[in-house]
Design a protein around this ligand. Structure first.
Ligand SMILES: *Cc1c(COP(=O)(O)O)cnc(C)c1O
Length: 420
């Protein structure tokens, strides 16, 4: 099952063994963490090339180092593909990851102490949207919106009222635990009314947008921030996109504002992922991710699970386990022993603590990359149901049985990049 790594095995058998163990884990388990995926063998290869040996501070044609004959072409290719795929005027592919990409947005459009607005972390937002423990909440004045307790949905009257009262410089929309379609036009109208820069942080759903399975933030958002490693199925990295008018401010913020040399091997792998995402097969993938999530949500509702907002429009499902009388963390750890990898997560208005919350968060990007379809979702829901029940009873035997059933289905659906 594991891949050959001859040089690594010879030079450092200890580390090679760990890589092999991780490959086996990713091959055998049902990975339901909605921010994870499997990259293709091509993306994996591109990210492990000699491009990583090269320093190239600056941008194509304007570097502070010589020897950029090839690197400039790599970065230009990635930028051109990002612009074509998302239909934007400008793309910066250098941010090291989603969090630094967002920090660059603050540097471009705000001063320390300015007010910024985003969704509260426990409501499904991201740390970097002005949450207190993050630099973005320490160095800026973060004001936070949430979802309604009765519907689990964003209340735009509430968002507008808060925005007009607080007058933020930047408004973030998007998040990490939002199972519903993001209404970009509604956010854009509010941002316009209060004179804020609207940032659509589409880290989770970039692949769905590229594949036509979620509405695009173009032309509504001023800036689009995204990671490249979630539904977009690229290497760990990020991109910032905008209209031409914001190009200079964003580029200056990323370099020299925040970062040094770009990770060229990552830029190359982003280019490959963007090429893959422009193929008809990726459109089918994105549609299938959503169809699988809907089918899984239905199957979980049939088994009496309580889903935040009552279901899903995208790749992600947030479950409140309170009615099952099993805390999220206990369930997540038991499911892990059963070969089902999820994360425990706060649910909106969670009475429990963030490190021991009421919910778990699951998603379908990874299993869809392995070719699982809607016909498999009843089995997945069944394993989750049996796993949560076993967690409540500390029934290790039941968890072991699930683990072997999961491994059997997984072995029939080899993961991209791991097929050997
Ligand atoms: C994942 C994520 C990020 C941060 O990405 P990292 O690469 O983990 O820094 C930012 N915003 C949102 C909405 C995310 O989901």
């Amino acid at each position: 099952m594991t891949l050959p790594h001859p040089a690594l095995s010879a030079a450092d058998p200890e580390l090679a063994a760990l890589v092999g163990a991780e490959e086996q884990l990713q091959a055998e388990t049902l990975r339901l963490i909605p921010s994870e995926n499997y990259v293709s063998a091509a993306v994996l290869e591109a990210s492990g090339t000699v491009l990583q040996n090269k320093y190239s501070e600056g941008y194509a044609g304007r570097r502070y180092y010589e020897g950029q004959q090839v690197i400039d072409q790599v970065e230009r290719l990635a930028v051109a593909r990002a612009k074509a795929l998302f239909g934007v005027e400008h793309a910066n592919v250098q941010p090291y990851s989603g969090s630094p990409a967002n920090l660059a947005v603050y540097l471009a459009f705000a001063e320390p102490g300015d007010t910024v607005m985003g969704m509260a972390l426990p409501m499904g937002g991201h740390l970097t949207h002005g949450w207190g423990v993050s630099a973005t909440g320490k160095w800026f004045r973060g004001v936070q919106y949430g979802v309604r307790q009765d519907t689990g949905l964003i209340d735009f009257d509430e968002v507008r009222e808060l925005a007009l009262k607080e007058r933020p410089k930047i408004i973030f929309c998007g998040g990490t635990a939002l199972p519903r379609t993001i209404d970009f036009p509604a956010f854009a109208e509010i941002a316009r009314e209060c004179g804020a820069v609207l940032v659509a942080d589409v880290a989770h759903i970039a692949g769905l947008i590229a594949g036509g399975a979620h509405p695009s933030p173009v032309p509504h958002a001023d800036v689009i921030s995204t990671t490249t490693h979630k539904t977009l199925r690229g290497p760990r990295g990020a991109m910032l996109m905008s209209r031409e008018e914001h190009a200079k401010a964003l580029d200056k913020a990323v370099f020299p504002g925040l970062q040094g040399g770009p990770h060229n091997q990552t830029t190359a792998a982003i280019a490959v992922a963007l090429h893959e995402a422009s193929q008809p097969s990726f459109r089918a993938y994105a549609q299938s991710v959503v169809a699988n999530a809907r089918a899984l949500a239905e199957a979980l509702l049939d088994r009496g699970f309580d889903l935040v907002s009552g279901g899903t429009d995208n790749h992600l499902i947030l479950m409140d386990l309170t009615p099952k009388e099993v805390p999220g963390k206990v369930a997540a750890k038991a499911l892990d022993r059963a070969g089902i990898v999820v994360n425990y997560n706060t649910v909106p208005y969670d009475p429990r603590k963030p490190f021991d919350p009421s919910g778990i968060r699951i998603g379908t990007p990874s299993l869809t990359s392995r070719g699982l379809g809607t016909e498999h979702m009843a089995a997945v829901a069944d394993w989750i149901d049996r796993g949560v029940t076993a967690a409540g009873k500390e029934d290790e035997e039941a968890l072991a049985t699930i683990r072997s059933e999961v491994a059997e289905l997984m072995s029939a659906h080899p993961a991209p990049g791991l097929a050997g």
